[in-house]
Design a protein around this ligand. Structure first.
Ligand code: GDP
Ligand code: MG
Length: 162
């Protein structure tokens, strides 16, 4: 795909560092079992990157609608069901209070990686850790999310952040 700036409304998607980010995501996708895109619940579409989304759809993909505490609850619920209708697991989250966090691992196990985990179970490969790539444009709450989930008893986080 040629590098180019995509102009959507007044939002310019491709500042220089995106080329590097794209390359890094491609290089690391093979190392993970799934991709978690963190979006801003107030502006899910303008806080996602269409070209990155395309890249990442080669792996099981889900979205976290973060900052649900400052978004309209009705609109967020509609976004969650909109994504789910596309077959994309989605959940609302507030990474400050941690509200929604308890649903994350169940969604990963029962939706995002259901097939993979069943396959592993059948071949006796249970207990193997799963690896997820957390992606998102700046300021959506990736660091807050990783910080919060790493305090959860159910997730051991070994973060490699770029
Ligand atoms: N209200 C609210 N603020 C959040 C939430 N998650 C992150 N933030 C704030 O959003 C800003 C950016 O968060 P950060 O984790 O640094 O985003 P990153 O750039 O994607 O790593 C910080 O000021 C956070 O405190 C959330 O769920 N709700
Ligand atoms: Mg950060």
């Amino acid at each position: 795909m040629p590098e180019q700036k995509i102009q959507i409304g007044t939002i310019q998607w491709f500042p220089g560092h995106m080329t590097k980010t794209k390359r890094m995501i491609s290089a690391n996708l093979s190392l993970v079992d799934g991709v978690v895109a963190i979006l801003d619940a107030r502006i899910p579409f303008s806080s996602c990157n269409p070209e990155l989304a395309e890249l990442m759809h080669s792996k099981p993909y889900m979205v976290v609608l973060n900052k649900a505490d400052i978004a309209d609850a009705n609109a967020t619920a509609k976004w969650v069901s909109w994504y789910q209708k596309q077959g994309i697991p989605a959940l609302a989250m507030d990474c400050i209070s941690g509200k929604g966090m308890k649903n994350f691992i169940p969604v990963v196990r029962e939706k995002l990686l259901k097939d993979l985990l069943e396959k592993r179970k059948k071949s006796g490969m249970t207990g193997r850790p799963v690896r997820l790539m957390i992606v998102g444009i700046p300021n959506v709450g990736k660091s807050s999310f990783i910080n919060k989930i790493s305090k959860s008893k159910r997730a051991k986080v070994e973060a490699a952040q770029a």
